[in-house]
Design a protein around this ligand. Structure first.
Ligand SMILES: *[C@@H]1O[C@H](CO)[C@@H](O)[C@H](O)[C@H]1NC(C)=O
Ligand SMILES: *[C@@H]1O[C@H](CO)[C@@H](O)[C@H](O)[C@H]1NC(C)=O
Ligand SMILES: *[C@@H]1O[C@H](CO)[C@@H](O)[C@H](O)[C@H]1NC(C)=O
Length: 401
């Protein structure tokens, strides 16, 4: 019972509301300074007058199609009798930001509507602040948590923020975008803030972290603004699978080299069959060169072996690289063959093996079929006149089955 009453009441209420309602178009107008715009309030019946208040304008506009008293603001709509009360603004000013109010005179009453007018203001250049501190030389150690905050100040509406690492979306943990609004001299502005954090790995070294602000005022000619920070990471020499050097010539000087990543520069030491050859040293036929910087934290580490012997190719060459962050061991094998053994099993070889197996299976099937049905040589009668040799073969095969 009470439910029916409620439904009836709700129906009456909504009816009354739509009756007395002023429709606005648009609800929110998002514009740049200097833009032209048209705002419209509508009522279902003829209206007597149309008054519009715009933030930042001294006068209340009293508008009709017949007169235009304030330059830059003219009546917009299909006429008062059509129930339309609108304004056409020639050039929107920053001070016009806020709520536009329209008042419609209707049968001894006044109805009103509001439209949010947002006049965009370009925010300041983004700023990246480090929340975790690098060392005095500007380096972070691997494994430490990197935290940074990007702020885009004084925009309207608030700017969005996105993060990139070396021009790829960063895909790291970020805090939700925080927007703080403030009003200064009646000008409402917003500052957007977001933080990013992750644990640094050697791969992050020398990467460029970018905070990009996205704003209403961005244009092709006025691209999104950004801030950037180059991350420097210090890390122990990076592990890698065992290396192999091929195509060495016996009796010649062999160059055994491996490329390793480390920051700062590593010290190296080779161990061959228990013999230790330090960096820049020569021991017998072995010479360990100084690591040679290749760029991007990579070093070419080389061991030269004078008069390579066959026995040398059976040894394992152990390299130990170390810096302040730790040490890492590497193994290098060498060979005088020109190609790695695994690559000899290439596509052609695999196809060959597959074909060979298929042929073998076919032959076996044929023999089984022939034996089962007593065909060909298995039937004793041969179409061909067999030679003595094949005869013996056939008989031995027959004996087998
Ligand atoms: C900012 O993000 C919001 C929500 O994702 C989106 O609606 C708006 O269009 C964005 N603004 C800009 C200028 O990219
Ligand atoms: C050794 O140096 C050669 C020539 O520069 C290079 O092609 C090769 O990749 C290096 N080997 C290793 C294991 O880094
Ligand atoms: C590494 O150094 C050796 C010896 O100097 C050289 O032969 C080799 O080409 C270098 N490799 C690279 C990748 O620079």
């Amino acid at each position: 019972m009470s439910r029916i009453v409620f439904i009836c009441l709700a129906a009456i209420l909504t009816d009354a509301l739509t009756w007395a309602q002023v429709n606005v178009e648009p609800n929110t107008a998002l514009l740049n300074e200097g833009d032209r715009t048209e705002l419209l309030c509508r009522y279902g019946r003829s209206i007597n007058y149309c008054r519009i208040e715009i933030p930042g304008e001294q006068k209340v506009l009293n508008l009709s199609p017949e007169w235009s008293k304030t330059p830059g603001f003219t009546y917009f709509g299909a006429g008062l009798t059509a129930g339309q009360c609108g304004v056409s603004i020639e050039r929107v000013k920053a001070s016009n930001n806020g709520q536009v109010k329209c008042s419609l005179g209707v049968e001894g009453e006044e109805l009103s509507g509001t439209i949010d007018l947002v006049v965009a203001l370009r925010p300041q250049q983004p700023i990246i602040e480090l929340l975790s501190r690098p060392n005095r030389e500007g380096y972070f150690n691997e494994g430490t948590e990197f935290r940074a905050r990007c702020s885009v100040r004084d925009g309207r509406p608030p700017a969005n923020i996105s993060w990139y690492i070396d021009n790829m979306p960063a895909n790291k943990r970020t805090t939700p975008l925080e927007v703080m609004s403030s009003t200064n001299d009646n000008v409402e502005l917003s500052t957007s803030v977001q933080e990013i954090q992750w644990h640094l790995s050697p791969e992050d070294s020398n990467r460029k972290l970018v905070c990009r602000s996205h704003h209403q005022t961005d244009r092709e000619s006025v691209p999104p603004q950004e801030a950037a920070y180059i991350i420097n990471v210090r890390y122990a020499p990076v592990h890698q699978p065992d290396a192999a050097v091929y195509g060495l010539y016996l009796e010649h000087t062999a160059i055994v080299n491996i490329t390793i990543r480390a920051s700062p520069q590593p010290k190296i030491e080779w161990t061959i069959d228990g013999a230790i050859v330090g960096q820049g040293r020569t021991d017998g036929r072995y010479s360990a060169y100084e690591p040679q910087y290749l760029g991007n934290d990579e070093y070419n580490v080389t061991l030269a072996i004078a008069g390579l012997t066959l026995e040398d190719t059976t040894k394992i060459y152990n390299l130990r690289a170390s810096n302040e962050l730790g040490l890492t061991d590497y193994q290098v094998r060498i060979s005088s063959s020109s190609k790695p053994p695994s690559s000899s099993l290439d596509v052609a070889a695999i196809v060959g093996i597959v074909v060979a197996v298929a042929v073998l299976v076919l032959v076996v099937l044929l023999i089984v079929f022939a034996r089962a049905t007593g065909r060909w040589c298995f039937g004793g009668k041969s179409i061909k006149t067999p030679t003595n040799e094949t005869k013996t073969n056939n008989s031995s095969m027959l004996n087998l089955y």
